[in-house]
Design a protein around this ligand. Structure first.
Ligand SMILES: Nc1ncnc2c1ncn2[C@@H]1O[C@H](COP(=O)(O)OP(=O)(O)O)[C@@H](O)[C@H]1O
Ligand SMILES: [Mg+2]
Length: 278
């Protein structure tokens, strides 16, 4: 499935709760405000967090009259038939139709993937121009990428997910000679400096060197992310007019996500941006 249209960003990590859907949603909304045409695909057929996030956003927009930009969104069929094979075929059909529909008509396609391995998860990874892997700030979560030698803190064995990415990279190279820019980002970083945090950072650096990926500055743990989900809003949306004040947490989170987008080196062409709240 060779493409030369939309830049595809896949957000993936086999660990649930690492912040994939939150990050996919923030990236999509950021890119919309920057004036780009954006589509999103939710490949997580079980949780469908990105789909729920966007539904909440549309409902919130209707209820409050706020004009919030939305990506063109696709999700997999929720109806489960008796045959696993048929279900997989139905999901595959929706996915490939979605790709065909948007590849030449949007600038960015953001794909959110589940925390488990399916054929579709693999296919999505092999389409990535940019693969973003959020990692929770815990040594336990690093095991999803590599088994770590407890003595040296160095990666000694490639894990299932890292192998999946390696295969996707080879497939991508064979299909159109392109490489996947794989970026790791620490998420939910504790505000308190700790020994654990330093270990996570140095271990991740070891993993990045071993797997040929990059590390971006991380996103801190902030309560604000919990309150954004029900209204389907992001830290990039203007605050509502009812005198809602930007908290320090809001402003800092926005800056961290901006830094993350900058670190991704996306092909952001010179487009007049829509109003981004200060
Ligand atoms: N930086 C953050 N600070 C605090 N909570 C966060 C942060 N990022 C994500 N979360 C929360 O963590 C949970 C899992 O996030 P989610 O994006 O659904 O992860 P995944 O898609 O990897 O399963 C959600 O409750 C979300 O609100
Ligand atoms: Mg998710």
């Amino acid at each position: 499935m060779a493409r030369d249209g939309a830049h595809v960003i896949v957000v993936g990590n086999e660990k649930g709760g690492s912040g994939k859907s939150t990050t996919a949603f923030h990236l999509a909304v950021y890119l919309l405000y920057a004036g780009h045409r954006v589509a999103t695909i939710d490949v997580d057929s079980r949780q469908q967090t990105l789909t729920h996030y966007l539904r909440n956003r549309r409902a919130h927009g209707r209820e409050t009259g706020r004009r919030l930009p939305n990506p063109l969104h696709f999700h997999l069929p929720a109806a489960w038939g008796d045959s696993v094979k048929e279900n997989q075929q139905a999901e595959f059909d929706v996915f490939t139709r979605a790709i065909g529909e948007v590849e030449d008509s949007v600038d960015f396609l953001v794909i959110d993937t589940p925390g488990f391995d399916t054929n579709l998860t693999r296919l999505a990874h092999s389409l990535a121009d940019t693969l973003l892997t959020p990692v929770n700030d815990s040594l336990i979560d690093l095991n999803v990428l590599a088994r770590i030698d407890p003595e040296t803190g160095l990666p000694v064995e490639t894990s299932h997910y890292a192998r999946l990415v390696q295969r996707a990279r080879s497939e991508r190279m064979a299909i159109d000679g392109a490489s996947i820019d794989w970026v790791l980002v620490r998420n939910r970083i504790s505000m308190l400096a700790s020994r654990n945090a330093r270990q996570v950072q140095s271990t991740l650096e070891g993993i990045a060197t071993r797997f040929g990926c990059r590390m971006a500055d991380g996103i801190a743990e902030r309560v604000i992310f919990r309150s954004l989900f029900p209204s389907g809003t992001t830290v990039f949306d203007p605050l509502d007019e009812e005198g809602e004040a930007a908290t320090v947490s809001h402003v800092s989170a926005r800056q961290e996500y901006r830094n993350l987008v900058a670190a991704l080196n996306l092909p952001l062409r010179g487009i007049e941006p829509m109003r981004l709240s200060a």
